[in-house]
Ligand binder design. Structure first.
Ligand SMILES: [Zn+2]
Ligand SMILES: [Zn+2]
Length: 305
């Protein structure tokens, strides 16, 4: 394993509606071109794209890892009136380790829509604890509970929340997620996350929050965000990303971002190997000959759309 290996574990595709500008085929072309062994999908709150992503990954020879960037309610998923200082939901990155995990993810996402919907389809920790088998948790982006607490200077509470997630996902299955897209808030809490990992013994994993495939796609992606918000690009009072770094970076770029975090960069490869052992052969199923047995693929002549 060379030091320049890398697997992206936090990826939004076009199925993160009006937020992800990456076409699935383009993502896999890039990942395959860079020699990446695997690529995860973590669309916002839904798994509409899972089958297309899975098939495209197999076609490209890149192991597809299925996941979701879940919305987590601040308390119960049934609670729809957040307190004054509470957000309505926090982000959490979840990956399926195996078929059990994939099925649990489907249930989590369905229940989030049916039971927890409030602005977004939301799960809560109770539901997650019931459905955590076969799943790997990553602490998430700036909008995650852990990062928001660290940003607010609440270190002890952040450690408590991280410990709760470790208990839910199980020892070794919850990672503190490091991201650096050049945003000031991210840079402010990176040392905090690293210190928390040291104190708690939790492993680190570095990700890039992919919302588009190429760096130059940052502009069209911004247009997409404007369409989502029904605003124009010149409007300063709107959601924008404030950086053009949300693209599929090379392993060398990722290693340059986190030069002292070799374990965090390679941790994803352990995850990918694990997923490789379990996910690829089971989600679509395999015939006795080992060929994919996937009714949807057969209907389309075996080709990803
Ligand atoms: Zn997020
Ligand atoms: Zn994200």
């Amino acid at each position: 394993m060379t030091g320049k290996s890398f697997v992206h574990l936090h990826t939004h595709t076009e199925y993160s509606l009006l937020d992800g500008a990456s076409r699935i085929d383009a993502l896999f072309r890039r990942a395959a071109g860079y020699g990446m062994p695997a690529l995860a999908v973590t669309d916002h709150g839904a798994m509409f794209g899972a089958l297309n992503f899975y098939e495209a990954g197999l076609a490209a020879g890149v192991n597809p890892i299925l996941g979701v960037e879940a919305y987590v309610a601040p308390s119960s998923r049934f609670e729809r009136a957040p307190g004054e200082s509470e957000e309505k939901y926090r982000h959490l990155t979840i990956l399926a380790r195996n078929e059990t995990g994939y099925r649990n993810l489907l249930r989590l996402v369905s229940d989030a829509h049916l039971e927890g919907f409030y602005h977004r389809p939301r799960i809560d920790k109770e539901l997650l604890a019931e459905r955590a088998a076969g799943l790997i948790g990553l602490s998430g982006c700036l909008a995650s509970e852990v990062c928001q607490l660290l940003l607010g200077g609440q270190r002890a509470k952040a450690a408590e929340v991280a410990a709760t997630y470790r208990d839910i996902f199980g020892e070794g299955s919850f990672y503190l997620e490091l991201q650096d897209h050049g945003l000031a808030d991210q840079r402010r809490i990176l040392p905090e996350l690293i210190a928390l990992a040291r104190r708690s013994g939790l492993p680190l994993v570095a990700t890039n929050d992919l919302h588009y495939t190429e760096r130059e796609d940052a502009k069209p992606h911004d247009v997409l965000l404007c369409i989502q918000q029904q605003k124009v690009q010149t409007d300063t009072n709107r959601l924008r990303f404030d950086s053009d770094q949300f693209y599929l970076k090379t392993a060398a770029e990722m290693h340059a971002l986190f030069p002292d975090q070799r374990d965090a960069l390679l941790a994803r490869l352990d995850l990918a190997r694990d997923a490789d052992d379990h996910v690829t052969s089971r989600i679509a199923g395999k015939s006795a000959s080992g060929a994919p047995r996937n009714p949807a693929a057969s209907r389309r002549g075996g080709r990803a759309p």
